[in-house]
Write a protein that binds this ligand. Structure first.
Ligand code: KIV
Length: 289
Protein backbone atom coordinates (compact mmCIF):
# COMPACT_ATOMS: atom_id res chain seq x y z
CA UNK A 1 0.00 0.00 0.00
CA UNK A 2 1.27 3.45 -0.77
CA UNK A 3 1.30 4.90 2.78
CA UNK A 4 -1.24 4.62 5.59
CA UNK A 5 -1.55 8.18 6.87
CA UNK A 6 -4.29 9.75 4.71
CA UNK A 7 -2.77 13.21 5.22
CA UNK A 8 0.55 12.06 3.74
CA UNK A 9 -0.86 9.98 0.94
CA UNK A 10 -1.05 11.14 -2.64
CA UNK A 11 -3.61 9.94 -5.15
CA UNK A 12 -2.42 6.74 -6.78
CA UNK A 13 -2.00 7.04 -10.54
CA UNK A 14 -1.15 4.77 -13.43
CA UNK A 15 2.44 6.03 -13.05
CA UNK A 16 2.40 4.90 -9.38
CA UNK A 17 1.47 1.40 -10.57
CA UNK A 18 4.44 1.39 -12.93
CA UNK A 19 6.90 2.56 -10.28
CA UNK A 20 5.52 0.07 -7.71
CA UNK A 21 6.33 -2.76 -10.13
CA UNK A 22 9.83 -1.38 -10.66
CA UNK A 23 10.39 -1.11 -6.91
CA UNK A 24 8.94 -4.57 -6.22
CA UNK A 25 6.14 -3.13 -4.04
CA UNK A 26 2.98 -5.22 -4.15
CA UNK A 27 -0.15 -3.46 -5.45
CA UNK A 28 -3.31 -3.91 -3.36
CA UNK A 29 -6.59 -3.74 -5.27
CA UNK A 30 -10.06 -4.51 -3.96
CA UNK A 31 -13.51 -4.22 -5.46
CA UNK A 32 -16.05 -1.84 -3.93
CA UNK A 33 -19.45 -0.68 -5.10
CA UNK A 34 -20.66 1.87 -2.56
CA UNK A 35 -19.68 4.86 -0.43
CA UNK A 36 -19.02 3.17 2.96
CA UNK A 37 -16.87 0.32 1.66
CA UNK A 38 -14.94 2.67 -0.64
CA UNK A 39 -14.17 5.08 2.21
CA UNK A 40 -13.07 2.23 4.49
CA UNK A 41 -10.84 0.78 1.74
CA UNK A 42 -9.37 4.25 1.20
CA UNK A 43 -8.81 4.77 4.93
CA UNK A 44 -6.72 1.59 5.20
CA UNK A 45 -4.63 2.66 2.23
CA UNK A 46 -5.49 0.28 -0.63
CA UNK A 47 -3.80 1.31 -3.86
CA UNK A 48 -6.75 0.79 -6.16
CA UNK A 49 -10.50 0.18 -6.15
CA UNK A 50 -12.15 -1.71 -8.98
CA UNK A 51 -15.87 -1.15 -9.46
CA UNK A 52 -16.11 -4.63 -10.95
CA UNK A 53 -18.91 -6.06 -13.00
CA UNK A 54 -19.02 -8.58 -10.13
CA UNK A 55 -21.39 -5.89 -8.74
CA UNK A 56 -24.05 -7.61 -10.86
CA UNK A 57 -23.61 -10.80 -8.83
CA UNK A 58 -22.61 -9.81 -5.31
CA UNK A 59 -24.87 -6.76 -5.00
CA UNK A 60 -27.63 -7.12 -7.58
CA UNK A 61 -27.98 -10.90 -7.27
CA UNK A 62 -27.62 -11.88 -10.94
CA UNK A 63 -26.38 -15.44 -11.56
CA UNK A 64 -23.33 -14.21 -13.48
CA UNK A 65 -21.77 -10.97 -14.74
CA UNK A 66 -23.50 -10.98 -18.16
CA UNK A 67 -26.68 -8.98 -17.34
CA UNK A 68 -25.17 -5.99 -15.52
CA UNK A 69 -25.34 -2.76 -17.54
CA UNK A 70 -23.51 0.57 -17.81
CA UNK A 71 -26.56 2.26 -16.30
CA UNK A 72 -26.37 0.00 -13.25
CA UNK A 73 -22.62 0.34 -12.80
CA UNK A 74 -22.34 4.13 -13.15
CA UNK A 75 -24.20 5.04 -9.93
CA UNK A 76 -21.97 2.54 -8.07
CA UNK A 77 -18.91 4.27 -9.58
CA UNK A 78 -20.17 7.68 -8.43
CA UNK A 79 -20.75 6.39 -4.88
CA UNK A 80 -17.23 4.91 -4.79
CA UNK A 81 -15.84 8.18 -6.13
CA UNK A 82 -17.54 10.10 -3.31
CA UNK A 83 -16.06 7.68 -0.76
CA UNK A 84 -12.49 7.30 -2.01
CA UNK A 85 -10.03 10.08 -2.78
CA UNK A 86 -6.65 8.31 -2.86
CA UNK A 87 -6.83 4.93 -4.62
CA UNK A 88 -6.73 4.60 -8.40
CA UNK A 89 -10.39 4.11 -9.36
CA UNK A 90 -11.14 1.68 -12.16
CA UNK A 91 -14.52 1.01 -13.78
CA UNK A 92 -15.17 -2.41 -15.30
CA UNK A 93 -16.59 -2.35 -18.84
CA UNK A 94 -19.64 -4.67 -18.72
CA UNK A 95 -20.49 -7.31 -21.31
CA UNK A 96 -21.48 -5.76 -24.65
CA UNK A 97 -20.35 -2.27 -23.72
CA UNK A 98 -17.17 -2.58 -25.82
CA UNK A 99 -17.46 -5.54 -28.21
CA UNK A 100 -19.75 -4.11 -30.92
CA UNK A 101 -17.47 -1.34 -32.21
CA UNK A 102 -14.45 0.74 -31.30
CA UNK A 103 -16.65 3.84 -31.31
CA UNK A 104 -19.06 2.36 -28.78
CA UNK A 105 -16.16 1.11 -26.66
CA UNK A 106 -14.56 4.57 -26.54
CA UNK A 107 -17.90 6.22 -25.79
CA UNK A 108 -18.68 3.84 -22.91
CA UNK A 109 -15.15 4.08 -21.51
CA UNK A 110 -15.64 7.85 -21.59
CA UNK A 111 -18.87 7.53 -19.60
CA UNK A 112 -16.95 5.77 -16.80
CA UNK A 113 -14.59 8.74 -16.63
CA UNK A 114 -17.00 11.63 -17.25
CA UNK A 115 -20.17 10.34 -15.55
CA UNK A 116 -18.69 7.81 -13.13
CA UNK A 117 -15.63 9.73 -11.90
CA UNK A 118 -13.32 6.78 -12.65
CA UNK A 119 -9.69 7.33 -13.68
CA UNK A 120 -9.31 4.16 -15.71
CA UNK A 121 -11.33 1.27 -17.09
CA UNK A 122 -10.88 -2.50 -17.32
CA UNK A 123 -11.66 -4.64 -20.33
CA UNK A 124 -11.81 -8.44 -20.46
CA UNK A 125 -9.95 -10.21 -23.27
CA UNK A 126 -6.52 -10.60 -24.86
CA UNK A 127 -5.47 -10.33 -28.51
CA UNK A 128 -9.15 -10.28 -29.51
CA UNK A 129 -9.68 -6.91 -27.79
CA UNK A 130 -6.27 -5.29 -28.24
CA UNK A 131 -7.46 -3.00 -31.08
CA UNK A 132 -10.26 -1.82 -28.79
CA UNK A 133 -7.78 -1.26 -25.96
CA UNK A 134 -5.63 0.78 -28.36
CA UNK A 135 -8.58 2.97 -29.37
CA UNK A 136 -9.56 3.67 -25.74
CA UNK A 137 -5.97 4.46 -24.76
CA UNK A 138 -5.68 6.78 -27.80
CA UNK A 139 -8.77 8.60 -26.52
CA UNK A 140 -6.78 9.31 -23.35
CA UNK A 141 -8.32 6.74 -21.01
CA UNK A 142 -6.00 4.33 -19.18
CA UNK A 143 -6.95 0.65 -19.66
CA UNK A 144 -6.38 -2.33 -17.40
CA UNK A 145 -6.43 -5.61 -19.33
CA UNK A 146 -7.89 -8.87 -18.00
CA UNK A 147 -6.92 -12.34 -19.22
CA UNK A 148 -7.04 -15.92 -17.97
CA UNK A 149 -10.58 -16.71 -16.90
CA UNK A 150 -12.73 -13.93 -18.30
CA UNK A 151 -16.17 -14.39 -16.71
CA UNK A 152 -18.01 -12.48 -19.47
CA UNK A 153 -16.95 -15.17 -21.97
CA UNK A 154 -16.74 -18.11 -19.58
CA UNK A 155 -19.24 -20.04 -21.69
CA UNK A 156 -16.86 -19.99 -24.68
CA UNK A 157 -13.98 -20.96 -22.40
CA UNK A 158 -16.02 -23.96 -21.21
CA UNK A 159 -16.76 -22.56 -17.75
CA UNK A 160 -14.48 -21.19 -15.04
CA UNK A 161 -11.52 -23.41 -16.00
CA UNK A 162 -8.02 -22.68 -14.70
CA UNK A 163 -5.94 -21.29 -17.57
CA UNK A 164 -2.28 -22.03 -18.31
CA UNK A 165 -2.29 -25.71 -17.44
CA UNK A 166 -0.74 -26.72 -20.77
CA UNK A 167 2.19 -25.38 -22.78
CA UNK A 168 -0.22 -24.24 -25.55
CA UNK A 169 -2.45 -22.41 -23.10
CA UNK A 170 0.65 -20.82 -21.52
CA UNK A 171 1.84 -19.61 -24.94
CA UNK A 172 -1.61 -18.11 -25.61
CA UNK A 173 -1.59 -16.23 -22.32
CA UNK A 174 1.93 -14.91 -22.91
CA UNK A 175 0.88 -13.66 -26.38
CA UNK A 176 -2.31 -12.12 -25.00
CA UNK A 177 -0.37 -10.26 -22.32
CA UNK A 178 2.20 -9.01 -24.85
CA UNK A 179 -0.53 -7.77 -27.19
CA UNK A 180 -2.30 -5.90 -24.37
CA UNK A 181 0.98 -4.28 -23.32
CA UNK A 182 1.64 -3.34 -26.94
CA UNK A 183 -1.86 -1.85 -27.19
CA UNK A 184 -1.05 0.44 -24.26
CA UNK A 185 -2.68 -1.28 -21.26
CA UNK A 186 -1.18 0.04 -18.02
CA UNK A 187 -1.64 -3.29 -16.22
CA UNK A 188 -3.10 -6.74 -16.68
CA UNK A 189 -5.41 -8.73 -14.39
CA UNK A 190 -4.59 -12.45 -14.46
CA UNK A 191 -7.59 -14.48 -13.30
CA UNK A 192 -7.23 -18.15 -12.38
CA UNK A 193 -3.95 -18.66 -14.19
CA UNK A 194 -1.49 -21.31 -12.98
CA UNK A 195 1.18 -19.85 -10.73
CA UNK A 196 4.00 -20.87 -13.11
CA UNK A 197 2.47 -19.07 -16.09
CA UNK A 198 1.48 -16.01 -14.02
CA UNK A 199 5.13 -15.74 -12.94
CA UNK A 200 6.38 -15.94 -16.54
CA UNK A 201 3.83 -13.32 -17.72
CA UNK A 202 4.81 -11.07 -14.82
CA UNK A 203 8.48 -11.27 -15.82
CA UNK A 204 7.79 -10.78 -19.53
CA UNK A 205 5.64 -7.61 -19.38
CA UNK A 206 6.83 -4.26 -18.14
CA UNK A 207 3.35 -3.34 -16.82
CA UNK A 208 2.12 -4.71 -13.48
CA UNK A 209 0.14 -7.93 -13.32
CA UNK A 210 -2.68 -8.08 -10.78
CA UNK A 211 -3.55 -11.63 -9.80
CA UNK A 212 -6.82 -13.16 -8.72
CA UNK A 213 -6.42 -16.88 -8.19
CA UNK A 214 -3.08 -16.71 -10.02
CA UNK A 215 -0.58 -17.39 -7.26
CA UNK A 216 2.05 -15.50 -5.40
CA UNK A 217 4.26 -13.95 -8.07
CA UNK A 218 1.99 -11.32 -9.60
CA UNK A 219 2.85 -7.66 -8.99
CA UNK A 220 -0.37 -7.19 -7.05
CA UNK A 221 -3.56 -8.92 -5.97
CA UNK A 222 -7.25 -8.16 -6.33
CA UNK A 223 -10.18 -9.80 -4.55
CA UNK A 224 -13.91 -9.20 -4.58
CA UNK A 225 -14.82 -7.34 -1.37
CA UNK A 226 -17.74 -9.66 -0.58
CA UNK A 227 -15.40 -12.69 -0.67
CA UNK A 228 -12.94 -10.99 1.73
CA UNK A 229 -15.61 -10.06 4.27
CA UNK A 230 -17.85 -13.13 3.83
CA UNK A 231 -20.90 -11.37 2.46
CA UNK A 232 -21.73 -13.44 -0.62
CA UNK A 233 -23.94 -16.31 0.48
CA UNK A 234 -23.73 -18.43 -2.69
CA UNK A 235 -20.04 -19.44 -2.59
CA UNK A 236 -16.46 -18.33 -1.88
CA UNK A 237 -13.94 -19.31 -4.57
CA UNK A 238 -11.03 -21.50 -3.38
CA UNK A 239 -8.49 -18.81 -4.31
CA UNK A 240 -10.15 -16.16 -2.14
CA UNK A 241 -9.48 -15.74 1.56
CA UNK A 242 -12.34 -14.88 3.90
CA UNK A 243 -11.17 -12.51 6.63
CA UNK A 244 -14.55 -12.01 8.34
CA UNK A 245 -18.10 -13.29 8.57
CA UNK A 246 -20.04 -10.17 7.60
CA UNK A 247 -23.09 -12.26 6.62
CA UNK A 248 -23.13 -13.81 10.09
CA UNK A 249 -22.73 -10.42 11.73
CA UNK A 250 -25.60 -8.94 9.67
CA UNK A 251 -27.83 -11.92 10.44
CA UNK A 252 -27.14 -11.73 14.19
CA UNK A 253 -27.70 -7.97 14.28
CA UNK A 254 -30.99 -8.07 12.34
CA UNK A 255 -32.23 -11.01 14.43
CA UNK A 256 -31.42 -9.14 17.66
CA UNK A 257 -33.12 -5.96 16.41
CA UNK A 258 -36.23 -7.93 15.37
CA UNK A 259 -36.49 -9.69 18.72
CA UNK A 260 -36.04 -6.41 20.66
CA UNK A 261 -38.76 -4.68 18.59
CA UNK A 262 -41.09 -7.61 19.22
CA UNK A 263 -40.27 -7.63 22.95
CA UNK A 264 -40.66 -3.83 23.21
CA UNK A 265 -37.06 -3.40 24.47
CA UNK A 266 -36.10 -1.23 21.47
CA UNK A 267 -36.25 1.80 21.29
CA UNK A 268 -34.65 2.51 24.68
CA UNK A 269 -34.56 5.76 26.68
CA UNK A 270 -31.46 7.01 24.77
CA UNK A 271 -33.14 6.48 21.40
CA UNK A 272 -36.21 8.67 21.97
CA UNK A 273 -36.81 12.42 21.64
CA UNK A 274 -38.73 14.31 24.32
CA UNK A 275 -40.62 17.62 24.55
CA UNK A 276 -39.40 20.46 26.79
CA UNK A 277 -41.14 20.24 30.20
CA UNK A 278 -43.03 23.59 29.81
CA UNK A 279 -44.27 22.59 26.34
CA UNK A 280 -45.46 19.24 27.70
CA UNK A 281 -47.41 21.02 30.43
CA UNK A 282 -48.99 23.38 27.89
CA UNK A 283 -49.99 20.44 25.74
CA UNK A 284 -51.50 18.62 28.73
CA UNK A 285 -53.44 21.75 29.69
CA UNK A 286 -54.80 22.06 26.12
CA UNK A 287 -55.81 18.42 26.08
CA UNK A 288 -57.86 18.95 29.28
CA UNK A 289 -59.90 21.84 27.83
O1 KIV B 1 -15.62 -7.83 -11.70
C1 KIV B 1 -14.67 -8.06 -10.95
O2 KIV B 1 -14.78 -7.96 -9.73
C2 KIV B 1 -13.42 -8.46 -11.55
C3 KIV B 1 -12.32 -8.90 -10.65
C4 KIV B 1 -12.63 -10.20 -10.10
C5 KIV B 1 -10.99 -8.84 -11.29
O3 KIV B 1 -13.30 -8.47 -12.75
Amino acid sequence: MSGHDPAERQRVSVATFRSMKKQGRKIVMVTAYDYPSASIADSVGVDSILVGDSYGMVVLGYDNTIPVTMDELLPACRAVRRGATHPLLIGDMPFMSFQASKTEAVRNAGRFVKDGGMQAIKVEGGRDVSRIVKAIVRAGIPVLGHIGVTPQTATIQGGYKIQGRTADSAADLIEDAASLEEAGAFGIVLEMVTEEVAEIVTERVSVPTIGIGSGRFCDGQVLVLHDIIGLYPRFTPRFAKRYADAAGLLKQSIEKYASEVRAGTFPEEQNVFRMEEDQRQQLNARRKT
